[in-house]
Ligand binder design. Structure first.
Ligand code: AMP
Length: 346
């Protein structure tokens, strides 16, 4: 089935899964909030207070035995992998095969939906959520965004990689969220406004309080054939990943284990944001706020009015800074004269 056919199917599959009770929808309201000259969106979703919070699993990059949790000294307990077959027929949308690599994927609806039509691209075989995005995954992601736009729909994609990224499932999944605003999520508006001296170099949005690495795709990349897309997407992602690892290396207290980061992909840009911790404990309420790629896209999620006020009081930029890393952009610019990551001048 083509990407366009899959995107076309999403609304009716969403309605069906909602009706059958296999998909739980949590209504919410969104408020704009300006902080340090950036317009964020804070989504208030009181119904999430009743959703049980599961502990974040550990994502071992090498693990092929997904869902195995060690209990006690030697006992192993098989835990449920919602992204392994058999799929819930009402959450299942389609199978997808990369024609070049023959890698197989499945498209599923998000079972716990705060935004209608939120869907997931999941690897058919188990791959770890701590592993980097592969060229095939980047191409498939881009083809979905492209197909959606041709159908007059606006989506963006995100990937939460690693223990401290805000991911909750260890089986590799890339997520797609529809948008009302054609300009993209808040971080994308900043990226679009950035004036770049050299079009094909990574840059950083200096207005933001945390390390962020961004790359602008070539003009009219949406007309390129898949092989050409693959080259550009894979190269851009690797350059941003290199910069993120370099940022992480400058943090003396970075937690042990494989690096964590968030990836945000639109038709125009790819953003990689290195992460040092998943949660921020709000000073006012003591609540733990789990932040994933959506927070770094500029879309925060809170469960109560008190949390909302606490977030505003503490400031979104400080919260993101606390769970992200300090920018070492200036050092990186000095150290890589041949491939200077640029500042995004705003
Ligand atoms: P993340 O928390 O970023 O790892 O994303 C995992 C997503 O999968 C979350 O948005 C969950 O709501 C969603 N999810 C959890 N269990 C299921 C399931 N059984 N079927 C489909 N989606 C699920």
């Amino acid at each position: 089935m083509s990407h366009a056919a899959i995107v076309t199917k999403i609304p009716e599959r969403f309605d069906g899964a909602l009706k059958s009770g296999d998909l739980l929808f949590f209504p919410s309201t969104v408020a704009k909030h300006v902080d340090s000259d950036v317009e964020y969106e804070i989504r208030l979703c009181p119904a999430l207070q009743h959703k049980p919070a599961l502990p974040t699993p550990h994502f071992d990059a090498g693990a092929s035995d997904t869902g195995i949790a060690v209990q006690g000294a030697n006992r192993k307990l098989k835990t449920f992998d919602p992204f392994a077959p058999p799929y819930n027929p009402n959450l299942y949308v389609a199978d997808l095969k990369d024609q070049e690599t023959e890698e197989n994927y499945v498209v599923l609806l998000n079972k716990f939906s705060v935004v209608p039509q939120h869907f997931l691209l999941v690897t058919k075989d188990f791959r770890s959520q701590a592993s980097p995005l592969m060229p095939s995954e980047l191409v498939q992601t881009y083809l979905f965004l492209l197909a959606a736009r041709k159908l007059g729909k606006q989506f963006f994609a995100f990937y939460n990689c690693g223990d401290n990224s805000g991911a909750s499932q260890p089986h590799k999944h890339i997520q797609f969220l529809p948008l009302d605003d054609a300009r993209g999520p808040p971080i994308e508006k900043l990226a679009r406004d950035a004036q770049l001296e050299f079009a094909d170099r990574p840059f950083s949005l200096n207005k933001l309080s945390y390390a962020n690495h961004c790359y602008r795709f070539p003009y009219q990349m949406d007309t390129y054939p898949p092989e050409r897309l693959e080259h550009i997407l894979a190269d851009a992602f690797l350059r941003l990943l290199d910069l993120s690892i370099s940022t992480i290396r400058h943090d003396p207290d970075y937690p042990q284990g494989s690096p964590s980061y968030n990836v945000i992909i639109t038709l125009e840009h790819i953003h990689v944001i290195p992460r040092r911790q998943e949660n921020h404990t709000l000073q006012e309420t003591g609540d733990k706020l789990s932040i994933n790629a959506l927070g770094f896209a500029g879309m925060l999620l809170v469960k109560s009015e008190e949390e909302l006020e606490a977030v505003k009081k503490e400031s979104v930029s400080q919260i993101l800074q606390a769970v992200g890393l300090r920018s070492v952009h200036d050092i990186q610019v000095e150290g890589t004269a041949h491939e200077t990551p640029l500042a995004g001048h705003l």
